[in-house]
Design a protein around this ligand. Sequence first.
Ligand code: ADP
Ligand code: ASP
Ligand code: MG
Length: 467
Amino acid sequence: MPEIDRLVMKFGGTSIGTGKRIRGVAEIVRRNRAPETVVVTSAMAGVTNGLVEMANTVVKGIAEEEIRGFVGDIREKHLATIEEAVSQDHRELGIVEVERLCMELEKVLVGVSYVGELTPRSLDYIMSFGERLSAPIVSGALNSLGIRSRWFTGLEAGIVTDSNFGKAQPLWKIANKRIKKVLTPEMRNGIPVVTGFVAGDGEGRITTLSRGGSDYTAAILGAALEAEEIWIWTDVDGMMTTDPKLVKEARIIKEISYIEAMELAYFGAKVLHPKTIEPAMEKGIPVRVRNTFNPANPGTLIVRKQDKIRETVKAITVMENLVLLTISGVGMIGVPGVAAKVFGALAEAKVNILMISQGSSEVNISLVIARSDLERAVETIKREFVTKNVVREVQYNPEVAAVAIVGAGMQGTKGVAARVFTAVAEADVNVLMIAQGSSEVNISFVVGRKDAKTVAKALHDEFVMGK
Ligand code: ADP
Ligand code: ASP
Ligand code: MG
């Protein structure tokens, strides 16, 4: 590992899943710290999901007693974790904060249950408790090792975002300045701990950077502080040739380019939030993905350009919870710009289109979107196009997955697509759609959800194991 002067390290939910693990994380920080270091932390494993679930339950109106029970469990979990992770003389601050936050959380949940409405803004507020509860504990664990540490919410650390709740974007100009101003003196005095995922808008309202966004927080801070490296500590050895939970033969990728890592993340490799690479790439900061449970392993290094590219295909990803929308209609034939209008209307409705394909007959357009966008998409298309007879109908298949193979070595290599689709056919799987305009570093296509694992395994055998 090279000598580093300034380092941002992020720890994921499983890595801080228990008090014992948090002690391990503090030890990792102690051993790997640079002269200037910032730590970013996720919520403890399962907490964000629990908060989301509870928010969706209380909005239907439930007894205050149930809310009290839920918050009581959260409180106990975090207090017990403090006891396990933080030495006695450093517990006070954390305990006070956990008590304070739990009272606040109870009030918010009761409020939502009375109002009966869960806006994106209140959901962000509720989700933020996960990281706000864990950061004081991680900070306390560092103090227990004699490392001076204070904790900050993302907003306190200077991450000012727009007000796009649930998917906020930094206002880079202000954020860069504030982050430097807040964290520079703090890094000189000790190791600040910043809540991942959680930030705030110009009016001080809490925002979040979208699920899994703690990685992005690390990259935002790394870029603003011009860190020499950004390390993402997680629960696997690095970026792997496919999701090890799906295909057990998955291997670690030692080195990968920004572009490839970005494509992998975008097409479902959960190990890295898709937005993480952009700020790092802009500043040319290498990103490392490492395993908290196996710190001896150097992990994956993500850099601008890999030294020597040996493999054509780096990895295979699977993206789930998708819907294949098919828009069909005679009205589209010969009418220029219908596709563009459809994409425009969907963009306006904030529907993110992941893949596109248009048949040469012009009668159909197929789109892949997230299942969470389905209602909005169908409603928009019906309202804007079906009722106006521009398109005949919109159909959808909610049981699909997208599979992508990623590798910069595919550029200029002939016959990759043929190998891909032969392997898929030999696995006896039907391809529902092939994306148009894939970048030269990926080929992506859609299959039935139940076939995704089979396809991933078949492609992994063909391109990774077969080599
Ligand atoms: P964290 O809580 O540390 O942010 P995540 O659960 O968000 O961790 O991401 C790590 C998980 O990503 C791994 O446990 C693994 O199952 C999954 N994953 C999916 N695709 C890949 C891949 N190509 N390489 C490594 N991990 C992957
Ligand atoms: N806690 C947040 C989530 O579960 C952010 C993260 O873990 O990166 O989505
Ligand atoms: Mg994650």
